[in-house]
Every structure is written in structure tokens, then in C-alpha cells.
Design a protein around this ligand. Structure first.
Ligand SMILES: *Cc1c(COP(=O)(O)O)cnc(C)c1O
Length: 391
């Protein structure tokens, strides 16, 4: 028996346990808000229960959480109503008044707003560091730094942060290290293997993979997950059991989808590189990525997101995106369908113009979230849209 299944097997089956006979192949949905107890004794054994009251837990969550934990190589996982519910709950569970947080400057806008706008109300201060300034993280550490929060690769410039170095820095200062691993997925990068404490996901993206759910997840050690589980109960950001079941269903093809998305994204990036009308292509696995050695040391694949600086005016860039036929004009990413958006106008619109310019997020930067279609169709679509704006 194979004790350590590989990633596709793990996506489909999780850990292989042969005791499961006379059971459905697919986990059932426990679409129930509460559970009947056989006696008061069992009813009162509340804490660890996933059969007490669904805000505390639910067997459908447990099945999904076990799969996510196995994929990330963690002791445990928790699912949440959204990626932001997972991120917010994790930050509030780790930090308290008077603490300091060191945070990467170009993380997901929603997380940045949570840290910048809401945490100060509870007496939690933060320092922002550019992802390509590894010494900056070190310099920013204070006596009261309780956590380091990163995202790698980052959105939309696909910069990477040295996971091993961050994990060591956290350990040296007694700070909890947290990463948003949404873009990489556990198929391309497993941060716990590098010593990172908490891994966060917007399950809305690659984990569920079909653009039909909003959900989130956290993985970590048993102790951290127990603490976060108490926080989830109090803050209430649980998933619906049916949504959790759909997430589990989506994850069975996670490795399959991500491998195809890696392949499509790399082909698209290579096609665009050096093409007339294209100024610069950002993708972790391209030969000219400024942190190529680091990418190779911590990522197994480049992921499904490619950002492209076009040699076009802001107006022409908009017309380019609107001229795409196969690739949909939409925010979000990680689905089986390909999307294109202009981050400066959409996902990053709330960020001050000076910050955007410094990060290179201009109005002629297009972010492609590559799906599982045929790469030739995506490439032909981009070529026809570029030809349309050129004419
Ligand atoms: C979408 C996203 C989030 C937020 O997740 P929701 O499910 O929308 O709440 C967080 N981080 C990253 C990197 C994302 O792409």
C-alpha cells in the first residue's frame, strides 16, 4: 500500500485508508444545522465535536478540511465562508492589542485593507515591506512583532518571497509566520515544508476551481488549528455544508487543473514575450524573472496567472481586453475559464496611485488568469484582440 500518495492521487483520494468498505465513494453532505445526541453526556462533550452545531463544525467540513490539510502537508485545516473570513479570523486570533505586524506591501487588497484600516482600531500596528527587499523584513522586526504576513507569488506582479528565510526570521523572533498561498496552490508550493506556520487560501480561486463558490481555508499545526477553531466559532465565518461539499468535489481535480493551468500559462507567457505590442511579461517561470533561482527553489510550477505590460495607451488596453472572445473580462482567478482584467482599474483600484506606479501596476498592465482551455485558442484570442486594437 502506498502510504504517501502523489499529488493527483492525493487530490482524488486524500490519504489512502483501506478500512472504508461499504461506504459511498463520495462523501455525503450533512446538510444539518444541528445534531441529535444520544445522551446528555455526549451533548455536553462539546468542544472537539463536528456533530454538535454546524457553527462549531460539521462532518462535511471535516472531510474537506482533512483533504486540504493532506495537500498542504499540515496537521489540520479549517474551512471558512470566504478567503477574507479565513484571513481576518487568523489575524485576529494571532494578534492582540499592542502587537506589531510585519506585512508584505503588495498582498491582496482586501487583506491590506483589513490590516491597514481595521487592525489599528484594536491597537495593532503594522509595517509594510516590499517583497523584493528581504532585508526589509529583518529590519522591520520589533520586540512586539507577533506575526509576519506574506503572499507569494504576489498579485499582480508575481514577485516571490523567500519562504525559508521568512520562516527562520519568525522563529528567531518568536513571531508567527503567515502566507496567503492562493496563487501557488499546494500543487505548486507547500509553505509548511519551508517552516511557515499558517497557510491561508481563498478557496474561491484554485481550490474550488469552477468560479461557483466563495470560500476560504487555513492550515497549520494542531495547536494553531484548535485556537483558530475557537475563533471561528466566536466570529462565525463558517461555510455552508453544501458549499463545503462542492469545494471537496472541486479539489478532486486540483492537481489535474493546476498542472494544465501551469502549462497554459507558461505557453501564453512565452508567446507574449518579445511579441510586437508587448512591453514586458511577468511570470515566475520565465527566464528573465528577477528572482528565478528562488522561484525554482520553492515552486514546482509557475501557477495560472500571467501579467503583461502592453505597449498601448490606457484606452487601447481597455479596448484590447474588451476585444477578447474566449478569455472573459472578469475579476477573480483560478477557475477553469480564462479571465483578463486590468488590475489598476479593478482589483487594485482602492490603492493610492503613487503606490500603484511604484509597483508597476499601470493602466496598460493586463492580468490573465489562465484556465484549462486549449492554449492555442487562448493564444489566437490574444493575437486577434491585439490585431483589433492595432487596426
Ligand atoms: C480572492 C483572494 C482573496 C480573498 O478571498 P475571497 O474568497 O474573495 O474572500 C485573498 N487572497 C488572494 C490572493 C485572493 O486572490
Amino acid at each position: 500500500m502506498n502510504e504517501k500518495p502523489r499529488l493527483n492521487t492525493k487530490s482524488v483520494r486524500g490519504r489512502i485508508v483501506r478500512a472504508h468498505r461499504d461506504r459511498p465513494v463520495v462523501e455525503p453532505i450533512f446538510q444539518s444545522a444541528t445534531f441529535e445526541a444520544s445522551s446528555f453526556d455526549t451533548l455536553l462533550r462539546v468542544p472537539s465535536a463536528d456533530r454538535f452545531y454546524t457553527r462549531y463544525g460539521n462532518p462535511t467540513f471535516t472531510a474537506t478540511e482533512t483533504r486540504i490539510a493532506e495537500l498542504e502537508g499540515a496537521d489540520g485545516a479549517l474551512v471558512f465562508a470566504s478567503g477574507m473570513a479565513a484571513i481576518g479570523t487568523a489575524l485576529l486570533a494571532v494578534l492582540r492589542a499592542g502587537d506589531h505586524l510585519v506585512v508584505q506591501s503588495d498582498i491582496y487588497g482586501g487583506a491590506l485593507a483589513f490590516i491597514g484600516e481595521w487592525l489599528p482600531r484594536y491597537g495593532i500596528d503594522s509595517t509594510r515591506i516590499e517583497p523584493d527587499d528581504p532585508d526589509g523584513f529583518e529590519r522591520a522586526m520589533r520586540k512586539n512583532t507577533r506575526a509576519i504576513y506574506i503572499e507569494s507569488p504576489s498579485n499582480p506582479m508575481l514577485k516571490v518571497v523567500d519562504l525559508k528565510r521568512i520562516a527562520e526570521l519568525g522563529r528567531r523572533h518568536g513571531a508567527v509566520t503567515m502566507i496567503d498561498n492562493t496563487f501557488a496552490t499546494p500543487i505548486n508550493q507547500r509553505p509548511h515544508e519551508f517552516g511557515i506556520d499558517i497557510v491561508l487560501h481563498s478557496g474561491t480561486k484554485f481550490l474550488s476551481g469552477h468560479s461557483d463558490l466563495v470560500c476560504g481555508a487555513v492550515t497549520g499545526t494542531k495547536a494553531l488549528i484548535e485556537e483558530l477553531s475557537r475563533a471561528r466559532r466566536s466570529f462565525g465565518g463558517v461555510m455552508d455544508p453544501h458549499a463545503s461539499w462542492l469545494l471537496m468535489r472541486g479539489m478532486k481535480t486540483l492537481a489535474l487543473r493546476v498542472e494544465r493551468q501551469n502549462e497554459n500559462a507558461l505557453r501564453l507567457a512565452r508567446h507574449l514575450q518579445g511579441r510586437p505590442g508587448v512591453r514586458r511579461v511577468h511570470y515566475p517561470l520565465l527566464e528573465d524573472h528577477p528572482q528565478r533561482a528562488l522561484v525554482r527553489s520553492q515552486m514546482a510550477g509557475g501557477g495560472g496567472v500571467v501579467s503583461v505590460e502592453l505597449d498601448l495607451s490606457p484606452e487601447a488596453t481597455r479596448r484590447f481586453v474588451e476585444s477578447l472572445m474566449v478569455i472573459l473580462l472578469a475579476g477573480s482567478l483560478g477557475g477553469v475559464e480564462s479571465f483578463a482584467t486590468i488590475p489598476a482599474l479593478t482589483t487594485h483600484a482602492m490603492i493610492p496611485a503613487s503606490d500603484l506606479e511604484r509597483q508597476g501596476i499601470t493602466e496598460n498592465l493586463v492580468r490573465f488568469a489562465v484556465g484549462v482551455e486549449d492554449a492555442e485558442d487562448l493564444i489566437e484570442d490574444i493575437d486577434q484582440a491585439l490585431a483589433t486594437v492595432a487596426s
